[in-house]
Design a protein around this ligand. Structure first.
Ligand code: G1P
Length: 173
């Protein structure tokens, strides 16, 4: 629509800038979270748009240079049939601002580790590790059923981390 409108206006310079982006035709759909009840609730609001297949959650306050990590996570979700969460090792003083995971076993050569559990924004002295959840997830759709019955967690919000803890306890990671 934008391209057609620019063509009609004769705005060739902007039109060229846009067509140079070589965007593939696609579809975008959006849903609104009517009340700020937490990240878990926001994800739950997308359940009908997602349907019954694995899906990515990308929090825009974490910027990635490219899509390599997400591609690796999607491949891992496919091969393991479990949810996958992007992690980062941070100085211990920073963990309390994030979800923090309990690693199980050693990290593989390509940086993958099994997750035994996770907790949302623990105090530094209670944190299970220094591995924090960054804003990238590839999740299996059973998480929607978990979110539906989840009580509010930290900050009185429906926490995605709490739903993923339920998956981790069931061995889904
Ligand atoms: C959310 C998640 C948290 C995660 C963080 C990453 O927290 O709840 O587990 O570590 O994003 O940015 P928020 O930053 O929305 O408080």
């Amino acid at each position: 629509e934008l391209e057609r409108s620019l063509k009609e206006k004769g705005n060739t310079e902007t039109l060229k800038a846009i067509t140079d982006l070589v965007l593939e035709p696609g579809q975008i759909t959006y849903t609104r979270q009517q009340s700020p009840l937490g990240l878990g609730h926001a994800v739950w609001c997308a359940r009908d748009a997602v349907g019954d297949e694995p899906f990515a959650v990308m929090l825009p306050d974490e910027l990635m240079g490219d899509s390599r990590l997400l591609n690796q996570m999607a491949d891992l979700c496919k091969s393991s049939s479990g949810s996958v969460v992007g992690l980062l090792q941070v100085p211990p003083a920073e963990v309390s601002a994030y979800g923090v995971i309990t690693p199980v076993g050693d990290r593989s050569a390509d940086g993958v580790v099994r997750i035994g559990g996770m907790v949302e924004k623990p105090a530094q002295h209670e944190a299970p590790s220094d591995l924090i959840i960054i804003g990238r997830y590839v999740l299996t759709p059973d998480v929607f059923g978990i979110l539906e019955h989840l009580p509010p967690g930290r900050g009185g919000e429906i926490q995605l981390t709490d739903a993923l803890q339920v998956q981790a306890a069931a061995g889904v990671f």
